[in-house]
Design a protein around this ligand. Sequence first.
Ligand code: SF4
Length: 428
Amino acid sequence: MLVPQDGQREKLEKAKITLNDCLACSGCITSAESVLITQQSHEELNRVLRQNKQVSSSEQKVVVVSVSPQSRASLAAHYALSSSEVARRLTGFLKNLGVHHVFDTSFSRSFSLLESQREFLERFRRREVDKKALPMLASACPGWICYAEKTHGDFILPYISTTRSPQQMMGSLVKGYFASQKGVSPQQIYHVTVMPCYDKKLEASRPDFYLSDYETREVDCVITSGEVLKMLEEEKVSLRDVEVAPLDTIFSNICGEELLRHAGSGSGGYLHHIYKHAAQQLFGIEIDELTYKTMKNKDFQEVTLEKDGQVLLRFAAVYGFRNIQNLVQKLKRGKSPYHFVEVMACPSGCLNGGGQLKPSSDQTNKELLQQVEELYHGECASVPEQDSRVAELYQSWFESVGQEKARQLLHTQYHAIEKNTSGLSIKW
Ligand code: SF4
C-alpha cells in the first residue's frame, strides 16, 4: 500500500519476479513464500496438463516428469513407504493427472558420475602443466555454482568440473534422444523435474541449457518435493492410497520393480565413485570401502589414499557455506591439499535440501533427516560402469565416450558475474 502526501491510499500492483530477473543471490529463491516464480511451479505443470485436455492429441505436449531419488526418499519418509513404492505410486498419481512418462534421475546421474570420473583422470594427468586442473570441484549443486560465479568469479571457475548435473543430463537425454525416438520436436515435450531444492529451478533456467534452435529449455519446469506434496493435497489424495503403476524403464535406474541408487553420499556419491575409479585407474589399487575422517564438523570429511607413507589421493566432502568459505580461502592461499572436493551448499547435502518435506510436529529435523537417509540408502546400489543401457546410449547417441558430441551434450560452462558500479553483470 502506497500512502502519498495527500493521504489517499493507493493499492500497488502485485510485483512479479521471473527467474530471468534473478541474480542468483540465493536469499530470495530459497525462501519459497516470498517469491512468485511464474514459470517454475506446480501450478504451471497443472496449467500444461489442463491445456492438454482441451486440445487435439496432435497439439498436445508430451509431458515427461523426471523424479530425483532424494525427493523419492523425502516422500517415502512422509508416507511411511519405501522409495521404490513411492516411485510406483507417484508414477500412478502423475499418469492419472495426464503425465505421459515418469523417469528417474538416478539414471541420468550415471552419466554425471562416469563423465566426472573421466574428467578427473584428465585433470589429474595435466596437473603439472595446468595449475588450476586440481582440485576438481564438483558441479552438481547449483547453489554452490551461483555462489562461485557471483563471489569468486574467474578465480574459482576453472576448478569446477564441467560435467553436467543429473538434472541437466536428463534434460539433454529427454529433449535430444527421447524426442528423436518419439519422432517429435524438443519443443513438443514439456519436461518437468522433481528436485530437493529451489536452486535447481535456477539451474534449469540458465541460458546454457536453452535450445535456441527449438526455442525451448531442456528442463521446462522444476518442482520441489514439497510441491509434489502440495499437488497430492490439492487432489485430496494420500500417496498411500494411489494405485501403483509400472515404472517407465527407458530412463530409470531399475532392477525388476525396484529402483537403484548409487553408492556414497545422498548428494550423488561423486566422491565415492571418482575416488574408487581414480585409485584403480591411476594406481592399480582396488578400494572396497572408503574410510572417511571427520574434520572440523560432520559436514567436512576427508578420504586419503596412501602408499608407503606417500599421499596418492586426498579427497574431501565439503557441505554448507561455512565450510565452503573455508575451502575457498584455503584455495586462495594455495593451501588446499585436495585433489577432488564434493561441494554441496546445503548442510548434510541434498537429502536435507530446502525443497524437501518438513518434519511433522512430533519430529525433529534431525530425526527426519536420519529417516530420509535410511530410506535413500535402502535402495540397492548400482555401478554406472556396469549399466548396459548407459553404455549403449554412449555408443548410439553420444557417438562414444570422449567424442565431441558427448562433450557438448554432457558438459557445460560457467560465467563469472562481475560487480560494477551500476550493479552486477554476467560475462557470458
Ligand atoms: S546441496 Fe542443496 S542446493 Fe545443492 S543441489 Fe543439493 S539440495 Fe540443491
